[in-house]
Design a protein around this ligand. Sequence first.
Ligand SMILES: [Zn+2]
Length: 241
Amino acid sequence: MRKFFLCLLLLLIPSHAWAQGKVPILVYHFIDEFKGLGSKELYVTPENFEKQIRYLREHGFTLLPFERWQDIDKVNKPIFITFDDGYKNNLKAFDIFQKLRTEQFQPTGTIFVISDFIGQSIRLSESDIKKMVDSGIISIQSHTATHPDLTKIKDYDYELRKSKEKIQKITGKPVIALSYPYGNWNNKVVMETRKYYRFGLTTTPEAFTKKGIKDELYLLPRIYVKYSTTLDDFAKIVEGD
Ligand SMILES: [Zn+2]
């Protein structure tokens, strides 16, 4: 009888919950052709990006924003797509999300912008941000005000609070997540981040698994998708092989 209930229980639990419990959080920078500006590995071409999102669509992933963190245990194959630095070419990712959207598949992503850099020529403008947020497809979160190494500064109020307020003023939506510039953090940085945010994103290259440790939501790991990442590599990253 006990065995019967155990089997019943296993049938009721969504497969991902016991299969692995791993949640990949991906990080991108430029969604563009590489034309010589900056490091090539920080680019993913729009063509490759589209193939990757199609892969997620075909393999039953649910793309979540951090506002829906509580749903990681409820949806099929949860995954987070993030972009750092707020480059203008992230509009291409937005277009691809719109193009691949269906009733079943509602892609969402999170762009971490540097609030003092909004509107610079290679960065997103206030109207770009407004347009993406209003679509419900993109969430705009903070990557600080000026992109300092947070382990080396004193003025956390400016970098963390002011940047959050500035972004909220543009989007009209709560800013709840911070990605640490260069992925750098220490205990002081986590303590300061806690005052204003619910999530802190590092660049520790692994999928998230709940360990129940203190501050785990302020040490969220993220996996880079690079120029050289093939679709096979991508599949391995997201399936957790
Ligand atoms: Zn950055």
